[in-house]
Design a protein around this ligand. Sequence first.
Ligand SMILES: [Zn+2]
Length: 455
Amino acid sequence: MAISEEDVARVRAATDIVALIGEHSGLKRQGRRFVGLCPFHDEKTASFGVNAEEGLYYCFGCQASGDAITFVRETEHLDFVEAVRRLADRAGITITEDAAASAETRRRTPIYKALSDAVDWYHERLLSSADAGPARDYLRSRGYDGETVRKFKLGWAPDDWDALARHLKLGATLLSDSGLGFVNKAGRRQDQFRARVLFPIFDPSGRALAIGGRVLPAGAGGQPKYKNSPESVVYSKRRVLYGLNWAKADVVSSGEVIVCEGYTDVIGFFVSGLPRAVATCGTALGEEHFRMLRNFAMGRVVLAYDADSAGQAGASRVYTWERQHQLDVAVAALPAGSDPGELARTDPDALRASILDAKPFLAFRLDRIFDSADLTTAEGRGRAADSALRAILEHPNTLVRDQYLLQVADRCRVEPGSARARMETLAKEPVAASEHKGRRGESGPDRKPTIRTTA
Ligand SMILES: [Zn+2]
């Protein structure tokens, strides 16, 4: 089915190409153009330009070029008609061909609407409903003021089976398709969230995709602390980073993104003056997250996990990401046993310092090895050196390896030449996992990384 030339022209005219492309790549104004990193090829310096007046983009690096429709086709892998529909939908334009809109588009539109309505309704409940008193008290005790609650559109799901479903008059299909609820065993509609503080999850353009819910400390009896929306046609954990819609501007201007583990960690960074934090939603950081981040984070990704989680990060994947996406992965220097959400309230200076003092991934791993080693005996130093050299061997760059090797030689009181010889020997050995796993706190080469790719 074709779309008329007229409609195509209307859609083009109604599309803000700078805002559209800005969802994929941070753009900065430069004279009459906007420039940024090219979403189509890996680069460190911006060679991608957008001319808002003409509605065109062009990359000097890879020669990608086109208009808003081309851009949507390329980035979302759609055909021409689908791309025009997507843009029409975005601009609120009805095109004559709409009756034949794809089943997919027709299915998604009411889901987005239901999610948006639900987020608004839950938010309003938190702000003004009497039964949300304990939730407001809890948030206040965590240091959240009204501004924070509004910015992150936090919500309250009442202690009720189907309050949302009834209020929004959601039918059984839409209720389950949106992840907002389901039909229970008794054949009745039931809300997904009950008696929980809610953290809505948005896409980079600010469209609600899902919700994360946390029980109040008092009402925790047997319930999991956190519960998320199930995956749906609009929500895939692998492709979503909580907070990116609020963080993207600061990520672009600072050239850095902070990746944490939870919603409250993200908010903690924002209220502490570092509004460039995002979190994975109940899944490990993976390749698709990096592909999203690449368009925004120009230089550095700081993992603000607790030390044990960060220590589990799969080294080979981290190095692959560093190489493929031309960025550095560092690990925040968080005090032992603290999480960013809590630290934001008790010691925001320490939280900011943890990012300033973040260490390169390999340096962090070596510190972990030495922290748990016994360096008072020759045997202890020998074991620590072996573990450290194995960790170094995983780094792909020989020059980087050699600099860390010098540090290891120094800390273990051996000659650099002996350390090099030992590393060559270790390089030829098959990795015997049992030999250097299982000792306390040590992060030898990981066989089971918690950071994993899903591809
Ligand atoms: Zn390019």
